[in-house]
Write a protein that binds this ligand. Structure first.
Ligand SMILES: Cc1ncc(COP(=O)(O)O)c(C=O)c1O
Length: 405
């Protein structure tokens, strides 16, 4: 039985809505994108969202809006995908990497040592779908001694008066923390709708704007919409309304707007996300959990606690007492039995580009420890119960027993 890792869920409902967008006479940013922004805002319980063409673009737009540049530092976890760090480097700033805990998340203990007067932004990552402890992180950056260290160097930074918390929620759309949804938990949150994400628009992302007073969500929505579309005062849809041709370019913007074709996919997915998509993913997580929890070869991921609910994005199975090389061999043996698995993620300091910038894996021992024994199991809407059982069977038959037990 061939089991791929994470194919997208494309059914007639999505195809019909995409075709409707294609036939509508408007295919780039327009009514569907605007509606998708409103629906995401309603879903997250927030006021304003700007859709873009990827989470990477969204993260970079935020950093540039905040004026992050040369001489600045941005704290990120070492255990993440390259996008989190690359956007910082693109802005000319330095990613300061911190280790993660056994839930693969950055926590305040890591931040205490990493924060300096150069820190402008912290990017916690809700890795594999579990939200970080945002209350603790927000409390930490509000502490007078931490606030005093902050040196604003432009009016936006002065207005905030402290380090910006920019949540990389690429994996955690629909997750909960203390009764609130991701998107509503920090100053700004960025989601990804990339092809392998729970909710996909093929490529896409969203910026959730929840900065405190005196920031104005409507003004922020306007500014981010404009900067994602070349700094043009009107988007192309508005400009094509009869008599509405005139426009200005107010700032030198970027080009990362979402298309209405992508938004068409997103609208269909969002309308059934809590009703259909998340419950199916949770059921797969629960089945894996039950199958492996009493077997001493495995350590289970945390995906639900009293305070948190994951978006059930990636099921990270940790293998006890195996080396990195043994883990790789297990993945290969499973592939020979046609079960595709994955590893989320290779910590950044192990990758050539980051090694050559001077990052050293030895400085992030907990990230390495977790990476070396992790296997991501297939989780997707169309994965059948029979396939889930086959994955379980193949894992159990492939992972060796623990010597001496
Ligand atoms: C943790 C994390 N952040 C950011 C991104 C970037 O997302 P996108 O592909 O939408 O730019 C990804 C992509 O997988 C990711 O895993």
């Amino acid at each position: 039985m061939k089991i791929p890792f994470s194919p997208p869920h494309i059914d007639d409902a999505i195809i019909e809505e995409v075709v409707a967008a294609l036939r509508s006479g408007w295919i780039t940013t327009g009514p569907r994108t605007k509606l998708f922004e409103q629906k995401i805002a309603e879903y997250c319980g927030i006021q304003r969202v700007v859709c873009v063409n990827s989470a990477s673009a969204g993260l970079e737009l935020v950093l540039r809006w905040f004026g992050v540049g040369q001489g600045d530092e941005v704290i990120i976890p070492a255990y993440t995908y390259t996008a989190t760090a690359a956007v910082v480097l693109h802005c000319g700033a330095k990613p300061v990497m911190v280790d993660v805990n056994d839930e693969l998340l950055m926590d305040v203990e890591h931040l205490r040592d990493a924060i300096t007067p150069h820190t402008k932004v912290i990017i916690p990552v809700d890795i594999v779908g579990l939200p970080c402890d945002y209350d603790n992180i927000m409390d930490f950056i509000q502490q007078p001694s931490v606030k005093q260290q902050f040196h604003p160097n432009n009016p936006i930074q002065e207005k905030l008066g402290r380090v910006l918390i920019l949540s990389d929620a690429a994996h955690s759309f629909g997750a909960h923390y203390k009764g609130k949804k991701t998107g509503a938990l920090t100053d700004i949150t960025v989601f990804s709708f990339h092809a392998v994400k729970n909710l996909t628009t093929a490529e896409g992302g969203a910026i959730c704007l929840t900065l405190p007073d005196p920031f104005n969500p409507d003004e922020l929505h306007h500014d981010f919409s404009v900067s994602s579309l070349h700094g043009q005062s009107k988007d192309a849809f508005t400009k094509t309304q009869a008599g509405n041709w005139h426009y200005d370019v107010c700032t030198i913007g970027y080009k990362c707007n979402m298309t209405d074709i992508a938004a068409a996919m997103g609208l269909v997915e969002l309308a059934r996300y809590d009703r259909v998509i998340l419950p199916r993913r949770k059921k797969i997580f629960d089945t894996y959990y039950q199958a492996f929890k009493n077997d001493c070869r495995f350590r289970m991921p945390v995906y639900e606690t009293a305070e948190k609910k994951s978006s059930y994005h990636v099921f990270t199975l940790f293998l006890n007492h195996v080396t990195e090389q043994q883990r790789d061999e297990i993945i290969q043996k499973m592939a020979e039995r046609e079960v595709a698995t994955n590893v989320h993620f290779i910590p950044l300091p192990m990758l050539t580009a980051y090694k050559s910038l001077g990052y050293n894996m030895a400085d992030y021992p907990n990230s390495y420890k977790n990476y070396a024994c992790e296997i991501s199991l297939p989780v997707y809407f169309d994965l059948t119960d029979e396939q889930v059982n086959e994955v379980i069977r193949v894992v159990k038959e492939t992972v060796p027993g623990i010597p001496g037990l």
